[in-house]
Write a protein that binds this ligand. Structure first.
Ligand SMILES: [Zn+2]
Length: 81
């Protein structure tokens, strides 16, 4: 993309490398231009967030299960007498 102010050729940039002019025209499609590497990093970040979410749910389920088993074991111990 060519800078409208200084005519410098900027590829895959939202800000001109020479004069700092914003090259984005404000449309959603052009708002953020990421390199493939940055896109991959963003994907990894998203994936990690999802995995941590799942892990949290699984961990909570395991803790709940252990507590339930303990409660049942205690109740059975007392009712056996
Ligand atoms: Zn420029």
């Amino acid at each position: 993309m060519k800078c409208p102010r200084c005519e410098t050729e900027n590829d895959r940039r939202t800000i001109c490398k020479k004069c700092g002019m914003f090259l984005s025209d404000g449309r959603t499609r052009n708002r953020v231009v990421l390199t493939p590497e940055e896109l991959r990093k963003e994907d990894l970040k998203k994936l990690r967030r999802i995995l941590f979410g799942i892990l949290k749910v699984v961990w909570m389920a395991v803790v709940f299960l252990i507590i339930s088993i303990l409660v049942v074991a205690i109740v059975m111990t007392f009712s056996a007498e």
